[in-house]
Design a protein around this ligand. Structure first.
Ligand SMILES: [Zn+2]
Length: 229
């Protein structure tokens, strides 16, 4: 595998870097990404590959189950650098189907650090447990709903960080988007449209399918994000 990666680098230089030398020279001087991507560490969810984005377009933070913790200095420093210094106006929080972290939240996990980390998403499990019970969801439906509820919860965490709260109070960006990537089809569903702060049709579709019409209807409240469009 290591040799394959190094060979891949030579292919990248020949097939992408050299033919686009001007672009790569420009980003060698200075990076100006316009999106901050917060996603899962899962090897199948490579943000630039699944969005066909070039190097230089996204500032990235990935961890197990795309969690935003208020006391995570790593996350906070990326957020501060991205939003304050790089002036990034759009943050995407992207969950994904078949997520091992989400399955561990559902099934319980006993490893020390992983269990502590996933505790931060326990609010999403409480909501999902209730909806799953009321609507007799299958395991697959429940895991998908838990993934979606986790994205929504982590967006709330993000909005409650002082840095973001203060920017939003002044009517400034960042806009916060919630996405779901489907590893089985390669498709991205938009859950929260950060430009409007509202639940996107994809989220409404998932909630209607997974949680029953009445439950979904009562949960279609807009998620508050930046007032700046
Ligand atoms: Zn994952």
């Amino acid at each position: 595998m290591i040799d394959q990666l190094l060979k891949g680098n030579s292919q990248f230089i020949a097939g992408e870097f050299k033919p686009n030398k001007k672009y790569y020279e420009s980003i060698a001087d200075r990076q100006t990404p316009t999106v901050l991507w917060i996603g899962c560490s899962d090897s199948r969810v490579s943000e630039d590959v699944i969005t066909s984005a070039r190097p230089g377009t996204m500032f990235v933070h990935r961890n197990v189950a795309n969690i935003i913790a208020f006391n995570d200095v790593n996350m906070a420093s990326i957020l501060e650098y991205g939003v304050v210094h790089l002036k990034i106006a759009d943050i995407i929080v992207c969950g994904h189907t078949r997520c091992g972290g989400i399955a561990a939240i559902e099934d319980g996990v006993h490893e020390n650090y992983i269990a502590d980390w996933l505790c931060i998403a326990s609010g999403a499990k409480d909501i999902t447990d209730r909806i799953a019970k009321e609507n007799k969801l299958t395991r697959q439906e429940k895991l998908e709903l838990l993934t979606v509820e986790n994205v929504k919860l982590q967006i709330k965490h993000l909005q409650n960080l002082a840095l973001i709260k203060n920017l939003h109070a002044k009517g400034k960006s960042p806009r916060i988007h919630g996405w779901l990537y489907r590893v089985e089809t390669g498709e991205i569903n938009v859950l929260i449209d950060g430009r409007t702060g509202r639940s996107a049709p994809d989220l409404i579709k998932i909630e209607n399918r997974g949680a029953g019409r009445s439950a979904a209807k009562s949960r279609q409240k807009p998620v508050k994000t930046s007032r700046k469009k």
